[in-house]
Design a protein around this ligand. Structure first.
Ligand SMILES: NC(=O)c1ccc[n+]([C@@H]2O[C@H](COP(=O)([O-])OP(=O)(O)OC[C@H]3O[C@@H](n4cnc5c(N)ncnc54)[C@H](O)[C@@H]3O)[C@@H](O)[C@H]2O)c1
Length: 370
């Protein structure tokens, strides 16, 4: 198959390109080498067997020329950040995806499959249960509670606090500009795909971890931040009380999922969670990161929280498992891969202190008041 990977110079895209090439497919990459993800330009790990096209998914001509002779598209290019340039999220993530379908339909292009990267972020706080047994999908937590150091989610219209449950694909509750734009993107893809018989699959990835994650991508989470801190001899900053639950999935398991749905017609027009299948608390993850550096760390809450952060989220992965996929690597494997890669870098700068300062200046990171 001739496969176009948008965002193929990035973390998930470059690993997906490697595996496709290994399996005998031809790969073309369309990537704009965005800043600050690619501070050093075209990454050295790009597979030389992939054809590289410098271009933008918001540009009709770049899409049109990149789609020439292509059988399938893995659409990974996206704008991911916490910045308040709301319209840019929709321009890249939603309008860029609509353009893809517009061009396929206009040109009656023989595209056999489109795989679109969605995100666990579309769930917001995800599925929870109230003490009275009701299932709820809570809204963003009230700021006053966070400021008071009350991190658990109050039961909406009821007494007490909720407990989290695994979140399946049936719902969505996007709360921020990134999540809203990814939700719009997957809905555009699935619905236009179905309407125009362009087999399409949307994958809602949890937090993906492994080598090649940009050191400067503000959106790449705990693995980057904790490992960079430890590498430069600082303790990781723990937001809230560190007991929040996260769902980490290894990059190679994500690539397995991408390849499975690319080839398997049972996945067409469906949305799937791609998660690690096991919850980790942030404190637990800090220990895993510490162990990878041979350090026994005592995670200590910083007295800070991040505005808009999810309290607990872990995806239900039954649906994709039913097609024969399953996560085979642990968070410990992912951290080991990341640390090995980090140690192989020259001129690594300690940008985590800078990132922390920027988030404070932008009022994303806030302090609990006693
Ligand atoms: N990494 C994760 O934890 C995670 C979790 C959920 C969803 N996702 C989704 O997976 C996809 C890939 O993420 P990633 O972690 O590999 O990110 P990444 O930043 O490493 O890669 C994204 C690539 O897209 C390119 N790009 C950005 N805007 C573009 C544009 N307008 N035109 C062309 N190229 C553009 C960038 O240059 C970069 O190479 C994204 O759609 C992201 O939303 C990632």
């Amino acid at each position: 198959m001739r496969v176009l990977i948008t965002g193929g110079a990035g973390f998930i895209g470059s690993h997906t390109a490697d595996r496709l090439i290994e399996s005998g497919h031809q790969v073309r990459i369309l990537d704009s080498l965005e800043q600050p993800v690619h501070t050093a330009g075209k990454p050295a790990h790009l597979n030389p067997a992939a054809e590289f096209v410098l271009g933008d998914v918001t540009c009709r001509d770049d899409w049109t020329s990149s789609l020439e002779g292509i059988d399938a598209v893995i659409h990974l290019a996206a704008y991911q950040d916490y910045l308040p340039d709301f319209s840019h999220f929709f321009r890249v993530n939603a309008v860029g995806t609509a353009l893809l379908y517009e061009i396929i339909v206009e040109g009656n292009l023989p595209i056999r499959k489109v795989v679109v990267a969605s995100s666990q972020a579309v769930y917001g706080e995800g599925k929870h249960r109230c003490p009275d047994g009701r299932i709820v999908y809570p809204a963003i937590r009230p700021e006053a509670r966070l400021r008071a150091g009350l991190f658990e989610i109050p039961c909406p219209d009821g007494e007490g606090e909720t407990t989290w449950e695994l979140t399946d694909e049936s719902g969505s509750n996007p709360e921020n500009q990134y999540a809203l734009s990814k939700h719009a993107q997957e809905q555009i893809a699935i619905r236009l795909g179905r309407r125009y018989e362009i087999p399409t699959v949307a994958l809602r990835y949890s937090i993906v971890q492994g080598a090649r994650q940009s050191f400067t991508n503000a959106y790449s989470g705990a693995c980057r931040v904790f490992c960079l801190s430890l590498h430069f001899g600082r303790d990781p900053v723990i937001y809230e009380d560190g007991e929040q639950v996260r769902d980490f999935v290894n990059i190679h398991d994500v690539v397995d999922a991408n390849l499975l749905v690319l080839e398997d017609a049972r996945a067409d027009y469906e949305i799937f969670n791609v998660g690690g299948g096991r919850p980790y608390t942030v404190n637990e993850f800090a220990h895993i990161a510490g162990d990878a550096f041979g350090l026994k760390i005592e995670p200590c809450p910083s007295g800070l929280y991040r505005f808009g952060d999810t309290r607990h989220i872990c995806s239900d992965i039954k649906k994709l498992k039913a097609l024969g996929w399953q996560p085979r690597r642990s968070a410990t494997d992912s951290v080991a891969e990341y640390v090995a890669w980090l140690r192989s870098q020259d001129d690594l700068e300690d940008i985590s202190a800078y990132a922390q300062r920027t988030m404070k200046e932008m009022d994303v990171v806030r302090a609990v008041r006693d």
